[in-house]
Design a protein around this ligand. Structure first.
Ligand code: C5P
Ligand code: MG
Length: 311
């Protein structure tokens, strides 16, 4: 038994690794075919004889529920994959290969780190990333790109095919598939540089990467990062800040239930990113509990220590 569906190359590898199923027909110009191979006969026999049932009609009766589960699971899965494929395709393509799916492999990032300084800004929800970024923009003239803001803008953009999907992910504190977020960031970087009429720029990328796959893909295909500012803050403090902000922010995720989910995602999915960059010596960790001014004073010190005054 084999069911064949076409998937974008980016998703194919992940499907293969998360399901243990095989991916075949890889090509840089045509969609991959994802093939579900049934288990070897021997394995099947062992599986179905595990209950010790005799062969014949009784076996058939036990076999159909299994088929039904596989069929329902496969249908749901195909639906999910197709939805993500549509989603990835409908992002407005920048003047690079990154907007096409299946995306041709890029051997070099779009922006050179000698032209473009990228500083990732990480920290739990409510740690004060946005506040500190605003200060850094004023002081150093960074271009501030918040991944969350870009996603919310895409969610509200008339005609966007991702609106509902982004809304769902944000409400549940989940990480939106990287294809969407990276594309939005690359578009915004390209646009900012072209507006400024230059190929050189300094970017604060706020709230990104929130997952390891985002980190790898962004650095491979968009631009390697110079450093990571990590605003460290206890959950209790972040929760108080978010609930306070929720009174006026109008954000669908500044409520107790979403906040709980966001904290969980942060610990399970985003902290490994911080650890990954820590191993590379790129992280500056700043206690984000004190007042915004006190945190900013520390931030400035660390930034100039790392990048000098003329970065
Ligand atoms: O950073 P911010 O709090 O604005 O992010 C809000 C939400 O946007 C996150 O909880 C997550 O659902 C989504 N997001 C994401 N990937 C990112 C940044 C934000 O999926 N890199
Ligand atoms: Mg923010």
């Amino acid at each position: 038994m084999a069911s064949r569906i076409s998937v974008p190359w980016l998703l194919a590898g992940r499907l293969a690794s998360s399901t243990g199923r095989s991916v075949t027909g890889a090509s840089s110009t045509s969609p991959l075919s994802w093939t579900w191979r049934s288990a070897p006969r021997q394995h099947q026999r062992r599986l179905y004889s595990a209950g010790g049932s005799p062969s014949g009609n009784k076996d058939r009766v036990k076999f159909w529920p299994f088929l039904a589960v596989v069929a329902v699971g496969s249908a749901g899965y195909i639906g999910l994959v197709n939805r993500r494929k549509d989603m990835s395709r409908s992002i407005e393509a920048p003047p690079t290969d990154a907007g096409q799916l299946p995306a041709p492999a890029k051997s070099t990032p779009t922006f050179s780190p000698s032209d473009v300084t990228v500083v990732f800004v990480l920290g739990g929800p409510g740690a004060g990333k946005g506040t500190q970024c605003a200060n850094l923009v004023k002081k150093y003239g960074f271009i501030h790109l918040s991944a969350g803001d870009l996603l919310r803008a895409e969610q509200e953009r008339p005609g966007s095919q991702f609106g509902d999907l982004i809304r769902d992910y944000i409400k549940n504190g989940l990480i939106v598939p990287m294809e969407v977020t990276i594309q939005l960031l690359e578009n915004a970087m390209t646009e900012a540089l072209s507006k400024a009429g230059t190929s050189k720029g300094r970017f604060l990328i706020d709230g990104f990467p929130r997952k390891l796959d985002q980190a790898h893909k962004f650095e491979d295909s968009v631009c390697p990062a110079k450093m990571v500012l990590f605003f460290d803050c206890p959950e209790k403090v972040m929760e108080e800040r978010l609930l306070e902000r929720g009174k006026t922010s109008g954000r669908a995720d500044d409520n107790a239930e979403s906040i709980r989910k966001r904290f969980r995602t942060f610990i399970e999915t985003s902290m490994p990113v911080v650890e990954y960059y820590e191993k590379q010596g790129k992280v500056v960790k700043i206690d984000a509990t004190p007042s915004p001014d006190a945190v900013f004073a520390k931030t400035q010190g660390h930034l100039t220590e790392r990048l000098g005054t003329d970065f």
